[in-house]
Design a protein around this ligand. Structure first.
Ligand code: HEM
Ligand code: HEM
Length: 309
């Protein structure tokens, strides 16, 4: 293994980053909660202060703010067109569209909340409102999951193989460093096998993500137990002084910790990747529902409520 000349530091300050953009973390979760609570706060304070002498949904300010909010939500659908229709590439970078999309997807529903006058009476308005809330909440969840599998909003979707390489999870790397310590290679192989399985679905990947956390801690303790005794013969052979032996022990522990963290990161990434795919399957039908319920509401109110506008 050689004398521990250089201290082992993390391979990279943030190993899961590309072009300065990292995969989302806890900050993204905080943003999602903030958005949901702000929206709830808006609705509840509006409900408390609203008085129909201020405005009504069917006329003037209430009507126009509904129209603007509705149009903004319609514009939010353009992101999907830009994404799927290649000939629309001239209209700009997809990531810019996603930013605009999120902005429209937040401001549009806020305007609609104001439009409703904080009351839900007719069935058609209820359907439109509930499907809007479902799409909004689903968007927030999607934004969070998106951040966990993309390098920033304008980043590319991370690929499993690429992530494993970035984290140094390849066999060559571990063999050269750890092969000299008995049992370590087997432990690392076991951990790696746990997270690089082929067949997977949401539940399997979630289960494996938790298993990897627990197995990682247990494996780390097994691998570091008696580590100094394993290093002692090497130290004697290479005539290290006792200080070097202590440094070597610290270095090996730090590398093992880094490796275990890498395994956990890969397992977590796979779970988020699966959840993101599942999210799409839920999100798309909700989008249809909102579109149909919104159009039905607008047609209905113009047929039966607002003949004189
Ligand atoms: C998805 C978007 C929309 C939602 C969720 C929504 C929701 C609501 C709600 C909750 C009400 C309250 C009265 C009730 O419960 O019947 C309402 C009333 C009304 N909305 Fe909307 N609205 C939306 C978009 C629009 C748009 C784009 C327009 C106009 C172009 C519009 C026009 C009206 C009118 C005229 C009323 C009064 C109807 C009445 O009192 O019978 N709404 N809307
Ligand atoms: C109620 C208004 C909203 C509407 C109508 C809407 C509509 C859509 C549509 C049509 C797509 C594209 C699906 C596809 O073709 O793959 C989409 C994706 C997405 N939306 Fe929204 N959305 C809304 C609100 C939001 C909000 C509030 C957020 C975030 C806070 C959000 C974040 C996202 C994300 C992250 C994606 C996936 C992007 C991707 O994978 O390319 N949306 N939404």
């Amino acid at each position: 293994m050689g004398a521990p000349a250089q201290p082992v530091t993390a391979r990279n300050a943030d190993p899961v980053s590309k072009n300065g953009k990292s995969l989302g973390g806890k900050g993204e979760l905080a943003k999602a909660f903030l958005l949901v609570f702000t929206s709830l706060g808006l609705y509840m304070s509006g409900d408390y202060w609203y008085d129909d002498s201020l405005y009504k949904p069917e006329e003037g300010f209430g009507y126009w703010i509904g129209l603007v909010g509705g149009v903004m939500m319609l514009l939010a659908y353009i992101y999907s067109m830009r994404k799927h229709m290649k000939w629309l590439r001239f209209s700009g970078i997809l990531s810019h569209w996603l930013r605009i999309h999120i902005w429209l997807g937040i401001v549009g529903p806020y305007l609609i909340i104001i439009h409703t006058g904080f009351r839900l009476e007719s069935q058609n308005a209820k359907y439109a409102f509930y499907s809007m809330v479902a799409v909004f909440l689903s968007g927030v969840v999607g934004r969070y999951l998106y951040s966990r599998v993309h390098f920033g909003l304008d980043g590319k979707r991370a690929q499993l193989g690429e992530l494993q390489r970035m984290l140094g999870l390849d066999a060559k790397d571990q063999q050269s460093v750890f092969a000299v310590i008995p049992g370590v290679k087997e432990e690392l192989d076991r951990l790696e096998k746990l997270v690089t399985f082929k067949q997977h679905g949401v539940w399997t990947s979630l289960r494996v993500s938790w298993q990897a956390r627990i197995a990682g801690i247990a494996a780390y303790h097994r691998m570091t137990r008696g580590l100094r005794a394993h290093l002692a013969p090497i130290a004697a052979q290479q005539q290290w002084d006792p200080k070097d032996l202590a440094i070597a022990e610290r270095q090996v522990k730090s590398m093992l910790r880094e490796y275990v963290t890498a395994v956990k990161t890969v397992a977590r990434f796979r779970a988020y990747d699966q959840m993101f795919m599942l999210w799409r399957m839920v999100h798309v039908p909700l989008l249809f529902l909102l579109f149909i319920a919104g159009v039905f509401h607008v047609v209905y109110v113009h047929m039966y409520s607002v003949s004189e506008i």
